[in-house]
Design a protein. Structure first.
Length: 230
């Protein structure tokens, strides 16, 4: 459900009220909108209509809106053994800068279309036969970068983490929770109920580990520029 479609539905209802109050009934009944149940609609609570959707449709809308805008994301993933990986990401799937920290080392990445620059951590440099601390100019499809996916593509990361969405919580404070796992036992994705249905927090824990991600600056995030040498 997009805000435009929901707005159109509300306009139709308002027009019907004006017609029935100021003129005789039309000869042909105006069709009632069938894509949303307006009986429980509260403009202040359900502004973008996300809370009126089925969980699968709400997830689809969130993913669609997240795929259209740059963002800043910080994410911490802890696997089942307790190993921790931290990611600080800015941009979009096609153009971004990121810092990936794991095992005491940090790898810096900048991607702009098909080109990329990587400053690998000591461990990654040794594994790849590169000079530690030096800029390596590579293709965006290089394993130095793709090894960290989907954490370097927020929309894909959110899609992967919410595949088992099962329900929606009650809207509150301009947000709603998409419940993950049965009755939310695996976690939640919090998304805005005003404007685009953009996520701002993901919390998940299952047998693979746990992840906590925070999203901000949708549409305004500006990644670091690709080094001139690349």
């Amino acid at each position: 459900m997009t805000e435009r479609r929901l707005g159109a539905a509300v306009t139709v209802v308002a027009s019907l009220l004006l017609v029935t109050g100021c003129a005789s009934a039309p000869a042909e009944p105006v069709p009632t909108p069938t894509w949303v149940d307006l009986t429980g609609y509260d403009p202040e609570r359900d502004a973008n209509g996300l809370s009126l959707l089925a969980p699968a449709d709400a997830r689809t809308q969130i993913l669609a809106d997240a795929a259209t805008a740059d963002t800043s994301m910080t994410a911490t993933f802890r696997d089942a053994s307790g190993r921790v990986l931290d990611v600080a990401f800015t941009g979009s799937a096609q153009r971004f800068s990121a810092e990936v920290a794991v095992d005491g080392g940090t790898t810096s990445i900048v991607v702009d279309g098909a080109r990329a620059a990587v400053i690998p951590s000591d461990a990654i440099a040794a594994d790849a036969g590169l000079e530690a601390g030096a800029v390596a100019c590579v293709a965006a499809t290089d394993a130095l970068i793709t090894r960290w996916y989907p954490l370097l593509d927020p929309a894909a990361f959110i899609a992967d983490a919410t595949a088992d969405a099962s329900g929606l919580g009650a809207p509150a404070d301009d947000a709603i929770e998409l419940l993950l796992g049965e009755d939310g036992t695996a976690g939640v994705l919090r998304a805005s109920t005003t404007g685009p249905a953009l996520p701002f927090e993901l919390i998940r824990a299952d047998e693979a580990g746990s992840v906590h991600a925070v999203f901000s600056g949708w549409g305004d995030a500006e990644p670091v520029a690709l080094p001139a040498a690349c």
